[in-house]
Design a protein around this ligand. Structure first.
Ligand code: HEC
Length: 137
């Protein structure tokens, strides 16, 4: 399992959005969130549409889920802008777990598992934002 992650990570290097990550830089939390979750062009919006398609395009889905894994892994490497580091680590780990579950589901062509992982991830936003997202200025 671990090994396949490494391979996936290497394959995803070609995706421009994760260029910073692939060059050994750690993307900032804000950039990770914006790319994966902000607005109708975000990867989560893309994945939602892909998951709802009559005939899922598993290659395309797999490309999207890989971004979640690569960028999701960057969360924990950052320090939280506020709140306890231990809490941050736990929530960032959970997020990364959901990201891996998305990608595992894509590899297995398992639409139910994909939707379950989306649901789990979507239920995780609020707790982390409450603890660690600074109030809007
Ligand atoms: C592990 C913690 C964590 C989880 C889980 C998390 N977020 Fe965030 N999110 C943050 C933090 C911290 C920020 C503030 C980053 C900053 O401004 O430096 C943020 C910022 C954002 C932003 C603003 C980005 C911007 O451009 O300013 C959006 C949108 C967002 N999150 C959406 C989501 C959604 C949707 C989910 C759930 C599917 C989610 N987040 C889950 C920690 C998290």
């Amino acid at each position: 399992m671990k090994k396949s992650w490494l391979i996936l990570a290497v394959v995803a290097v070609a995706v421009p959005v994760v260029a910073a990550a692939s060059q050994g830089e750690t993307p900032k939390i804000k950039d990770v969130m914006a790319k994966l979750h902000k607005g109708s062009k975000s990867q989560s919006a893309v994945l939602k549409a892909q998951a709802e398609a009559k005939t899922p395009d598993w290659d395309a889905i797999g490309k999207t889920t890989k971004d979640f894994v690569i960028l999701g892994a960057a969360l924990e490497k950052n320090d939280p802008p506020q709140g306890e580091k231990a809490s941050w680590k736990k929530l960032a780990d959970k997020y990364f777990g959901d990201a891996k579950a998305l990608d595992d589901a894509a590899s297995a062509h398992d639409i139910e598992a994909l939707k379950a992982a989306q649901k789990s991830m979507n239920a995780s936003c609020k707790a982390c934002h409450t603890a660690h997202r600074p109030p809007a200025k």
